[in-house]
Design a protein around this ligand. Structure first.
Ligand SMILES: *[C@@H]1O[C@H](CO)[C@@H](O)[C@H](O)[C@H]1NC(C)=O
Ligand SMILES: *[C@@H]1O[C@H](CO)[C@@H](O)[C@H](O)[C@H]1NC(C)=O
Ligand SMILES: *[C@@H]1O[C@H](CO)[C@@H](O)[C@H](O)[C@H]1NC(C)=O
Ligand SMILES: *[C@@H]1O[C@H](CO)[C@@H](O)[C@H](O)[C@H]1NC(C)=O
Ligand SMILES: *[C@@H]1O[C@H](CO)[C@@H](O)[C@H](O)[C@H]1NC(C)=O
Ligand SMILES: *[C@@H]1O[C@H](CO)[C@@H](O)[C@H](O)[C@H]1NC(C)=O
Length: 355
């Protein structure tokens, strides 16, 4: 009797552990909706899978690039909709020195580290901490000491929250537990305001509220110089189509702007994107000092959602963040966060359509 009981409770315990484990690792899709704004997200990479908003006639369409299933997300090399970390963008020579210790990181991009390494935050399974369909979803992730070479444990939480009827907020929080570490998170949604199946974004009008860029070398590593955009093909201080000068940009648009309102650390205007056929407009605010502007010049025949095929210039990414490679540029605002301190990154998107 005792033996049977023990065996039974042992089996039960195994089952419960297996279930808890399975639950933790389970990948799912989650919706947020209010009025005409609908979002689809997954805890794989804390990823935005779709954003559906009306055009000027009230017709709904999905305006983000993405995939139909998780296997494609696991195989993705474009970071469609993903939450990027521990350190977004590039780290030169895949290393940095902090407090006299040199940290060697994965070299996953021409000898440099891109978007957190081979298995960054966009390629891990997050825990769904809370979800209320008409309001918000919070994903959490516990990044371990030495994960992709970075120092110390970090507790990360990302919340996507609907605001009013045509806005949503992304709130990214990170708390180092035991060691100082660089943290620079970014949200990597690609936008096509004409609809994700509508072809290229060259006719999209873009305005970026940054009058300087972080100049880069041939491998897109910042040289340390901040250069004025005035009069150059990078000048989006006034609205202008992406296509108007794209052919003058040798590396295509893949560049970080220093935002003009940077000193406040409060929400500031980042960029506006408008597409005339649909009449859709996206406005973005953030509390970050920079924004990476990427127009997907390398996309080529990637199979996307619902039969879409994404080619060159298929989408626009506007990734707010700290200045890239700041760990190797003492002149750039520091992204080092110490235990007891909290990294906070906010983005606010507003969608309208008219005329
Ligand atoms: C969310 O996205 C996934 C992957 O594209 C898809 O399979 C699922 O049907 C979507 N859910 C909703 C409610 O749109
Ligand atoms: C995985 O991605 C590569 C390109 O990065 C593509 O060539 C291949 O077809 C993809 N595999 C699957 C199963 O989707
Ligand atoms: C780094 O090393 C230098 C020289 O050995 C020493 O003076 C300094 O205190 C060290 N800094 C830290 C943060 O440990
Ligand atoms: C912040 O913006 C001001 C202009 O508003 C600019 O002069 C300054 O260089 C910027 N700071 C950084 C760190 O880029
Ligand atoms: C889009 O519409 C606005 C307002 O009518 C106009 O000023 C602008 O030139 C148009 N842009 C394009 C690319 O057609
Ligand atoms: C896209 O890929 C095809 C096949 O690999 C290649 O022939 C073509 O030149 C590529 N196009 C661009 C724009 O890179």
């Amino acid at each position: 009797m005792m033996k049977v009981y023990l065996t039974f409770s042992f089996l039960l315990a195994v089952l419960l552990v297996a279930q808890a484990h399975g639950k933790e690792k389970e990948i799912g899709f989650y919706q947020l909706k209010r009025g005409n704004l609908k979002m689809n997200l997954t805890n794989y990479g804390a990823t935005v899978v779709s954003v559906i908003v009306p055009d000027k006639h009230g017709n709904l369409d999905d305006i983000t690039l993405g995939y139909d299933d998780i296997e494609q997300y696991k195989n993705d090399s474009w970071y469609f909709g993903a939450l990027i970390g521990r350190v977004a963008n590039r780290i030169g020579h895949a290393r940095f020195t902090l407090h006299n210790h040199t940290y060697n990181l994965p070299a996953n991009d021409h000898g440099n580290t891109l978007h957190g390494g081979f298995t960054g935050f966009g390629d891990v399974i997050w825990t769904v901490k809370a979800h209320k369909e008409d309001s918000y979803i919070t994903f959490t992730y516990d990044s371990q000491d030495n994960e992709e070479g970075f120092p110390g444990r970090v507790e990360v939480a990302v919340t996507y929250m609907l605001l009013g009827r045509n806005k949503y907020v992304v709130k990214m929080i990170a708390k180092p537990v035991d060691k100082p570490t660089p943290v620079n998170l970014a949200q990597h949604t690609y936008w096509n305001l004409g609809g994700q199946k509508s072809g290229d974004i060259l006719s999209h009008e873009v305005q970026i509220f940054g009058s300087k860029i972080t100049a880069v070398d041939n491998n897109l590593i910042p040289t340390g110089k901040l250069e004025s955009v005035k009069g150059t093909p990078y000048d989006f201080l006034e609205p202008r189509t992406v296509g108007s000068r794209v052919n003058e940009v040798p590396g295509l648009y893949d560049i970080n702007y220093v935002l003009d309102g940077n000193s406040s650390r409060h929400l500031q205007r980042v960029a506006t994107v408008r597409e005339n056929v649909s009449g859709r407009k996206l406005e973005l605010w953030s509390n970050q000092v920079g924004v990476q502007f990427y127009t997907s010049g390398m996309l080529n025949a990637t199979k996307g959602k619902d039969g879409a095929v994404y080619d060159r210039y298929g989408g626009i990414a506007l990734e707010t963040q700290g200045l890239p490679d700041s760990v190797n540029h003492p002149d750039f605002p520091s992204q080092i966060v110490h235990p007891g301190h909290t990294y906070k990154h906010y983005m606010v998107y507003r969608f309208t359509a008219c005329c």
